[in-house]
Design a protein around this ligand. Structure first.
Ligand code: AMP
Ligand code: MG
Length: 337
């Protein structure tokens, strides 16, 4: 298959691909999505094939008009309505009871559906022009870091999908915050571009699912199916070194000398103070860290780095989203100092 690159001013072609049952990757404020017509089961199945994604990991349905929610879901509680009002459009996904119009392949057999209204203008135009809700996961190969630029999508998906809309770099850099509002009490399933503090300002009783920071034990059924798979992992081994500046830097210096035969990299929060390692700056806040994380993991791979030591400390409301992705990319290999 030849993958077409479509510029932001030529979205008509992308809309036609979706209507004809094809796959088009598109930019959003969080990460790039890999879209198909959410009402077309055969098209949706192609997403799983192109990514190598397990079929029990559901997709999020993207809309560009809040009025579409009533067609996709039912039993929408007052808390759900408040969350929709407060955070849509934006980097936020709400889980609601699904209507039959959503095929099983989208929800992976669940009776709920994840719905998102991106704030990215290109994403909105694309969805409107497609004329149907667009089911999409992140546009990476399953298990790899999510793509935050068209270049990342090309690296993973060239030849596997019909088109990629080139919309520059994403502004959030990690995936949407997912809140399950299908039950009595809203539950945060995935931290992301909207923080838990912001959510609790709107619905104070919102809980955080215990799996947000833990790996799922074998045989246990996670509430958010994406939780149980290896995620966000570059080719390099990633080790998180978590704590305050001085002990973190001291420990990483020791680790670098222990690993001196390998090509090493450091994802730095506290400053690029290391010799003999590829260093990438994670920025001055966790908001910036979120924006740079996936890009940095791909860059380390491009530079042939074998082991990455990632400095980390929760500094602000985005710390939870960074930590969730970082821990998974490291396979929960974490050193606390
Ligand atoms: P991705 O953003 O590419 O990782 O894929 C979408 C994420 O949304 C996955 O982690 C899914 O597990 C999650 N998701 C989508 N729909 C649902 C749902 N109905 N219930 C729980 N989680 C969902
Ligand atoms: Mg993903």
């Amino acid at each position: 298959m030849k993958t077409q690159i479509i510029e932001e001013n030529a979205l008509e072609e992308a809309g036609e691909i979706i209507r004809n049952g094809g796959l088009a990757a598109f930019p959003t404020e969080t990460v790039y999505g890999l879209g198909a017509n959410a009402f077309d089961e055969e098209a949706v199945k192609k997403i799983f094939a192109a990514k190598g994604r397990p079929s029990d990991n559901p997709l999020i349905v993207h809309i560009a008009d809040k009025n579409d929610i009533a067609r996709l879901a039912h039993d929408i509680s007052d808390d759900a309505r408040r969350l929709i009002e407060a955070f849509m459009p934006g980097p936020f996904t709400i889980i609601l009871k699904k209507n039959d119009i959503i095929p099983k392949a989208v929800s992976a057999g669940l009776d709920t559906v994840g719905i998102r209204f991106p704030s990215n203008k290109t994403a909105q135009s694309f969805i409107r022009i497609a004329g149907v809700p667009v089911a999409a996961p992140s546009a990476n190969l399953s298990g790899k870091p999510s793509p935050t630029s068209a270049k990342h999508v090309i690296a993973d998906m060239d030849g596997r999908i019909d088109a990629i809309i080139n919309g520059g770099e994403c502004s959030v850099g990690v995936e949407s915050t997912i809140v399950d509002a299908s039950g009595d009490v809203p539950v945060l399933l995935r931290p992301g571009g909207v923080t838990i503090d912001e959510i609790r300002e709107v619905v104070p009783k919102t809980r955080i699912d215990s799996h947000v920071l833990m790996s799922v034990c074998e045989g246990e059924q996670p509430r958010c199916p994406g939780m149980k798979y290896k995620h966000y992992a570059p080719n390099a081994e990633v080790i998180v070194v978590e704590g305050e500046k001085e002990p973190v830097q001291k420990r990483i210096k020791e680790l670098l000398s222990e690993n001196c035969k390998k090509t090493t990299g450091v994802l730095t929060m506290y400053g690029s103070v290391y010799d003999s390692a590829v260093m990438i700056d994670a920025g001055a806040s966790n908001k910036e860290y979120a924006l740079r994380l996936f890009k940095a993991l791909r860059e380390f791979d491009e530079l042939g780095v074998e082991v990455v030591f990632a400095e980390f400390c929760e500094r602000d409301g985005y710390g939870l989203a960074v930590k969730n992705r970082l821990y998974k990319s490291a396979g929960y290999n974490i050193i606390h100092v």
